[in-house]
Design a protein around this ligand. Structure first.
Ligand code: ADP
Length: 268
């Protein structure tokens, strides 16, 4: 297939998707997948036809977070078929994790294989009509997130996830500049793991420092989407494959719903 055929096919695939947002972070382990899963679930709960695409080739965690670890890649002559989850209507999910057999097997792919897999996961998926596609990108500002963003053909915006400490915040500054370079509007920054509220005494401990993400948002005049504290239940739900966003009493769940609302208000 020539490059032109490939590009045409890509455009054709993406035509049925009204809005595409990428979730980015400067480094791994800051909660990017947690945010991706929960904002996708929040959008689906609002009745929007939502797709969640996990192209984090380093450590795809979406299957675990949505109880889809046994899911295998299914394709028909029309393309790769995303998974659906009985208890979450309106949500379709596809993860590079569906390609990898053993859960504990390392992802040993050379650079071109990773970018090839990202391309295939964007080009060959039969999403049908979607209101929103949320893309959990690989961390950092290298080849892989770059390929994902370019292949998505002008995503409508990026949600940046950081933790409050300076080392992580420095990385997210690079992500902000990366978005600028690519003319990708930043929908906002989330400061995750922002303090730990002791379930016993209620006191909040800023174990990773304070306000790193909020400060960057101010410095760069970017929308600050809020702080998500460390909530042990959030980690447990992630491990158990249960989305967290519908826990009305949790602070994290309010932020996820707020982010979903912000995304729905973004006009091109
Ligand atoms: P990333 O995608 O950036 O690598 P993940 O979303 O996979 O990060 O999060 C890393 C781990 O931290 C996961 O086990 C997740 O459940 C947990 N986690 C993320 N955010 C929180 C939080 N606010 N409170 C508790 N656990 C969290």
């Amino acid at each position: 297939m020539s490059q032109n055929d490939d590009d045409l096919m890509l455009k054709e695939r993406l035509k049925g998707i009204k809005k595409k947002f990428v979730v980015l972070s400067g480094k791994g382990g800051v909660g990017k997948s947690t945010v991706s899963v929960n904002i996708a679930c929040a959008l689906a709960a609002k009745g929007f036809k939502t797709g969640l695409l996990d192209v984090d080739v380093h450590g795809p965690s979406v299957p675990t977070m949505l109880g889809l670890t046994g899911a295998k890649l299914v394709s028909t002559e029309k393309g790769i078929v995303p998974a659906e989850i009985g208890c979450i209507p309106n949500l379709k999910v596809l993860s590079v994790g569906f390609l990898l057999g053993e859960k504990d097997a390392p992802v040993v792919w050379r650079g071109p294989m990773k970018t090839g897999a990202i391309k295939q996961f964007i080009k060959d998926v039969e999403w049908g009509e979607l209101d929103y596609l949320i893309v959990d990108c690989p961390p950092g500002t290298g080849d892989e997130p770059l390929s994902a963003i370019q292949l998505l053909d002008n995503p409508d915006g990026a949600v940046l996830v950081t933790t409050p400490q300076e080392v992580s915040a420095a990385d997210v500054r690079r992500s902000v500049n990366f978005c600028k370079m690519l003319n990708l509007p930043v929908a906002g920054i989330i400061e995750n793991m922002s303090g730990f509220a002791c379930p016993k005494c209620g006191e909040v401990y800023d174990i990773f420092g304070k306000d790193g993400g909020e400060k960057i948002a101010k410095d760069y005049r970017i929308n600050f989407l809020g702080k998500i504290p460390i909530e042990p239940e959030l980690g447990k739900c992630g491990d158990a494959g249960v989305p967290y966003v519908n826990r009305a009493d949790s602070h994290a769940s309010k932020i996820f719903t707020h982010v979903a609302e912000v995304l729905t208000e973004i006009k091109k």
